[in-house]
Write a protein of this length. Structure first.
Length: 235
C-alpha cells in the first residue's frame, strides 16, 4: 500500500515538482500491481486530499487565502478528504500507534525473540547442503542468506546473471516472498536473500517458509550450474 496524494492524479498550480513525484508513484503502483497480479498479490495506493492544518496555510495563501479555500469547499462538496502527505499523516500515524499497541498487548516482540533461534537453525539445516549458500545469519525472524559462486564456494556470482531477480522470481513460483540484492560495485558484498516473516506467523507457516526457501534455492542452484557449465570463476 502506497500513501500518495490527490496531486498524483489531479494537477494544481505551483506544484510542478510535487506533481511529478506523486504521479510517478502512481505509475509505480500500477506497474507493481501488474507485475505481481499472477501471484495474487495486490498493490494499491491511497491518494488523500488537502487538510486544514498549519503546514498547509502557506499553500492556502498561494491559492487566495485560507478563507477562500473554505468558501470554495463550502460552495462545492462541503467535504474534506481525510489525510494528505503535508499534514503530518494523522491517519497513518494512528494506524502505526495501533500496531505498536497490538505488538505490546500480544507480546509479539517476546514471541519473535522466542521463535527466532529455532527458525534460524531450521533455515541453516535446510540449506546446509547447498553449494550456492555461503552463510545463513539472522536476528529474531529476520534471516539473511549469502550466496556465492558454487564453483569455488567463495567468489561472488557474475553480475550479468542477475541472480537476485532469479531468486525472487523462483521464490514467487513456490509461493514465497523474499527480497534479494545484487553484488555491490565496491566488492564488499555479493548476492544476498532476505527472508522476513510477519511477527504473527504461526510455527506451521514458518516451517512452510523454510521448506519453500530450500526448494527455491535448490532450483536456482541447478539453473546457475547449468548456465556456468565448466567455466572457472572470475578472479
Amino acid at each position: 500500500m502506497n500513501i500518495l496524494s490527490v496531486n498524483g492524479i489531479v494537477f494544481e498550480s505551483y506544484l510542478s515538482v510535487y506533481l511529478v513525484s506523486k504521479g510517478s508513484v502512481v505509475l509505480l503502483t500500477k506497474g507493481v500491481a501488474l507485475d505481481y497480479a499472477k501471484q495474487g498479490i495486490c498493490c494499491n495506493a491511497i491518494c488523500p486530499g488537502w487538510m486544514d492544518t498549519p503546514i498547509n496555510y502557506a499553500h492556502a495563501e498561494m491559492l487566495g487565502g485560507l478563507q477562500h479555500v473554505y468558501d470554495t469547499i463550502d460552495r462545492g462538496s462541503r467535504e474534506f478528504d481525510l489525510g494528505h502527505t503535508w499534514d503530518g499523516a494523522p491517519l497513518s500515524s494512528a494506524v502505526g500507534l495501533a500496531v505498536l499497541d497490538l505488538m505490546v498487548s500480544r507480546g509479539l516482540v517476546e514471541r519473535v525473540r522466542e521463535l527466532g533461534p529455532g527458525f534460524l537453525a531450521d533455515v541453516e539445516k535446510a540449506l546446509s547442503g547447498s553449494e550456492l549458500v555461503r552463510e545463513v545469519r539472522g536476528r529474531g525472524l529476520l534471516v539473511g542468506v549469502e550466496l556465492v559462486d558454487p564453483r569455488d564456494g567463495e567468489s561472488f556470482l557474475p553480475v550479468e546473471m542477475d541472480v537476485a531477480a532469479l531468486v525472487d522470481d523462483t521464490a514467487l513460483e513456490h509461493g514465497l516472498l523474499v527480497t534479494s540484492t545484487h553484488p555491490q560495485a565496491d566488492g564488499y558484498a555479493g548476492d544476498q536473500v532476505l527472508l522476513a516473516p510477519a511477527f504473527t506467523s504461526a510455527e506451521e507457516e514458518l516451517a512452510q517458509m523454510v521448506e519453500r526457501l530450500a526448494r527455491t534455492l535448490e532450483d536456482v542452484e541447478g539453473e546457475i550450474k547449468r548456465a556456468l557449465g565448466n567455466t572457472a570463476p572470475t578472479p
